[in-house]
Design a protein around this ligand. Structure first.
Ligand code: SF4
Length: 426
């Protein structure tokens, strides 16, 4: 058996749901802003850094070596049988992780896992900040099994990188992985509005970047200030319009619930206004989840923020859909959302509002049961099954292989719903 010595490539654990099966490369690490109160992802020990081109190129080459090994072993993109899994396992055994000399780049990103709050340990076990060869193989296999045509370049705001840097990476990735047809990044609207000129944004498009995913979250200046998003409503609009004008596809995330009970209506109205003025190609809903240990969690404990219940949040989404006055596609493609509201506006407006109204018209007890069933289904969709602790909480209500919550007390339903929700990856 030959042993190949190599250093695993860094991959992006945090990426948009539409990029779940993309090949990923880390051009920057973490988030230089890192102040948004609701955001748990880079709060615990992670520092921002720009990675040198030579490190990114080394990752591209290392993933190419692994991809060639999969090809050489006859593992094709169409599906995996048991024989295929055995081959992959023995390939992984033939490769040893080796970190010959930790350079200064590595020292910058060591995350202090001891700093994670206990409640977040589930969430953070999905972070692959220092991936292994097995993680790299799994990453490649997921990508190959899902068409092998998309690539996400992380982490949080790669508009801070000059277009020629992004262009050089795209060229190197294309050379190594010729099936890739779509390249996307995350960006901050403020960077698009204030740091990048229109010619620079057009240059990203020219060098092969297809889409920027922006975390808009809210259009309300009150909410943006409270959550420390570091951007104003007008800057959001300016950044999005400029990006669209450059020819890049524009995908925005908005966060129902982020206004809490105090600013719910303002949050819906102002967010709809940003969407109407900026007219992004896609609007994606990602409902607020207050994660333990975040500044928003602390604000809630101190009484400075009151989380909306499902009814208020659904009403907020309904208002937003009613008020958006432009052509755009609105999607609920995050496990954080209660309802599957998807469609093209204005064409599908009535059908989308009907889904919200059908939920709002349910009696309170049915709403509770619906919420638990919906969160359990989302969990199973995300992880392919239930964990033992979730199963234990609903086991008394499983009869003949089906779940029947008729006898489950309201407080237990609510407790189980919160528990399952806390384990969903947004
Ligand atoms: S800009 Fe994005 S990644 Fe950075 S703190 Fe805010 S939400 Fe989190």
């Amino acid at each position: 058996m030959t042993t190949i010595s190599m250093r695993p490539a860094e991959i992006c654990s945090i990426r948009p749901p539409t990029e779940n099966f993309s090949l990923t490369f880390r051009l920057t690490r973490n988030c230089y802003w890192n102040k948004c109160k609701f955001c748990p992802v880079y709060k615990f020990g992670s520092k921002f850094s720009k990675r040198p081109m030579q490190s990114v190129r080394r990752d591209i080459q290392n993933l190419k070596i692994l991809n060639d090994l999969l090809d050489g072993a006859g593992i094709r993109a169409g599906g995996l049988d048991e024989h295929g899994y055995h081959k992959i396992k023995s390939l992984i055994e033939e490769i040893e992780d080796s970190f010959p000399d930790r350079d200064s780049e590595d020292r910058h990103h060591t995350t202090d896992r001891e700093a994670f709050p206990e409640e977040l340990s589930w969430f953070f076990q999905w972070f692959k900040e220092t991936p292994t060869i097995e993680d790299n193989m799994n990453h490649l296999i997921q990508w190959r099994l899902n068409s092998a045509f998309t690539c996400f370049l992380g982490d949080a705001d790669n508009l801070v990188l000059k277009p020629d840097f992004i262009g050089e990476v795209i060229e190197a990735v294309r050379e190594a992985f010729p099936t890739i047809q779509r390249f996307t990044i995350y960006g901050r609207t403020r960077t698009a509005a204030e740091i990048r000129t229109l010619p620079e944004l057009s240059e990203y498009r020219r060098v092969g970047l297809d889409r920027v995913h922006f975390g808009v979250e809210s259009g309300s200046d009150t909410v943006l200030k409270f959550i420390q998003k570091g951007v104003s409503k007008q800057q959001q609009i300016d950044g999005l319009i400029k990006t669209r004008e450059s020819g890049l596809s524009c995908s925005v995330y908005v966060m129902p619930g982020l206004g809490g009970t105090d600013w719910s209506q303002e949050h819906a109205r102002e967010t709809a206004d940003v969407i109407s003025q900026a007219s992004p190609d896609y609007v994606r809903l990602r409902t607020l989840c207050v994660f333990p240990g975040t500044p928003l969690w602390n604000a809630q404990k101190n009484g400075d923020f009151t989380e909306s219940d499902d009814t208020t949040t659904v009403r907020e989404i309904r208002d937003m859909i009613e008020q958006i006055d432009t052509e755009t596609e609105l999607l609920s493609d995050s496990a954080s959302n209660l309802l599957p509201i998807n469609g093209v506006l204005p064409r599908d407006r009535d059908a989308m509002i009907l889904i919200a109204d059908q939920y709002l018209d349910l009696p309170e007890r049915e709403k509770r049961v619906f919420a638990l069933e919906s969160r359990i289904n989302a969990f199973m969709g995300q992880y392919g099954g239930l964990t033992q602790d979730i199963y234990r909480s609903i086991a008394p209500y499983v009869k003949d292989g089906t779940v029947d919550f008729t006898d489950m007390p309201d407080n237990e339903i609510e407790k189980s719903t919160v528990f399952v929700r806390s384990k969903l990856m947004p």
